[in-house]
Structure formats: structure tokens, C-alpha cells
Design a protein. Structure first.
Length: 164
């Protein structure tokens, strides 16, 4: 019964979501990607220790047609989404005691769907997509997915992760 309520809530969020469009700027994506990745591992390891009753969501979108739909229910959260390119999409639904999430999309037509409603497990995840037409579907969380880092490079690849 609880999963039906969670599913209905997720569907309701999709219908009530907004559409974000960013301004386009010319930047060197590979240099930006490399700088982001090199600093990201340090942030991931230290972020859990720095979260003390704070919540923040930071979006950076450079390009046209980028979209982010983020729903976080947590007493401690830090979410960073960076989208460089065109027509990139991020859908995140997390319900947890603590959430640290970093998403970087560098390229065009990339997609991330991340859904987890396990409120007993802290979520600490980094997703990096560098290329075009890349897709990641992550559903659920458990002790194996804690501190998960996904690096996806290339063109037209899909990753499915089910943690139950």
C-alpha cells in the first residue's frame, strides 16, 4: 500500500513540475568537466560530515531546453545539478534522513531518473554524464548504493540500477 502512495505522489509531482530554461553561454565543456570531476571526489567524501540541519538545492544550466525536476524530503540535504549542453533532463525524488547528491551533465540529450523513498538510509551519490544521448535510471537505495559514484562517458548508453 505504501509503494502505491509513493508511486501516486511521484506521478503527481511530474504533473506539477515546472520547466527551467537557462541562457546559453560558450564554454569549454571538457575543461569544465575535468575541473568538476577532480573536485567532486573530495566533496563527496566530506559532504556527509558537513551537513548539520541544512537544506540546499543548487542548479546551474548552460544551454537550451535543460530541465530539472527535484523533490527532496530530508532534514539534511545538499543537491547540486550542473547541466552544460542542450535538452538535458534530471528527475530526482529522494526521501531520506540525509541526502548529498551531485549531478553533472555535459553534452546533449542526457537523462537522469533517480527515485528513492528509503528514509532510513542516508543517500550520498554522484552522477557524471559526459557525452550525448546518455541515460541513467536509478531506483531505490540500500547499503550497497551508499556513496555511489557513476561516471558515464560516450554516446547513446543506458544504465539501469535497481537497489531493493
Amino acid at each position: 500500500m505504501r509503494t502505491i502512495k509513493d508511486f501516486c505522489l511521484l506521478i503527481g509531482l511530474f504533473f506539477c513540475s515546472g520547466y527551467l530554461v537557462a541562457q546559453e553561454e560558450n564554454i569549454q565543456l571538457n575543461t569544465l568537466y575535468t575541473n568538476y570531476i577532480s573536485g567532486n571526489n573530495f566533496l563527496l567524501q566530506n559532504s556527509s560530515n558537513q551537513l548539520i540541519n541544512s537544506n540546499s538545492v543548487n542548479l546551474k544550466q548552460v544551454g537550451a531546453g535543460n530541465y530539472s525536476d527535484i523533490y527532496i524530503k530530508s532534514s539534511n540535504s545538499k543537491v547540486d545539478v550542473d547541466q552544460y549542453g542542450n535538452n538535458n533532463n534530471v528527475d530526482i525524488y529522494k526521501k531520506s534522513s540525509a541526502v548529498v547528491q551531485n549531478v553533472l551533465q555535459s553534452g546533449n540529450n542526457n537523462f537522469v531518473s533517480d527515485y528513492s523513498s528509503n528514509s532510513y538510509i542516508e543517500s550520498n551519490m554522484t552522477i557524471n554524464q559526459n557525452g550525448n544521448n546518455l541515460k541513467i535510471y536509478n531506483n531505490g537505495s540500500n547499503s550497497i548504493s551508499k556513496n555511489l559514484i557513476i561516471n558515464q562517458k560516450g554516446n547513446s548508453g543506458t544504465i539501469y540500477i535497481f537497489n531493493h
